[in-house]
Design a protein around this ligand. Sequence first.
Ligand code: DQA
Length: 145
Amino acid sequence: MTKILILNGPNLNLLGRREPGVYGSRGFEDYLADLRNRYAGQVELTYFQSNHEGDLVDKLHEAGFGAVDGVVLNAGAYTHTSVALHDAIRAVEVPVVEVHISNVHQREPFRHHSLLSAACRGVICGFGLDSYRLGIEALTGNAED
Ligand code: DQA
């Protein structure tokens, strides 16, 4: 069974309540239950969310040396600021797919640049919560080089 960690950064604990016009009205735990059902018997999904940059770095270290097969990472605003997360993604051995719910390129200019993309296996953005499923598909071998 493939093991994948979904790692969410700051403010994503507020999904469903936070700017529903941008991020939708569904809480993440509710969506995660659907994802787990969809991949039952195929993919074991673990989930961690933190509002703290260092916690996200720690989790990447914990997961990134064989504990899981890949990471789907939505680093939230740290995407645009965090050298520490860039370095952590480069440091670990497992592939990391960067995902975003919104299409960051249609939004404010400060969201157009990611410090993480260059370190990640690939980037998916703009498909709402379905961005996470697409990230899982990429990690489970359905995306070809
Ligand atoms: C986000 C986009 C980021 O710019 C923002 O800071 C977030 C969420 C997204 O999923 O669309 O917190 O990563």
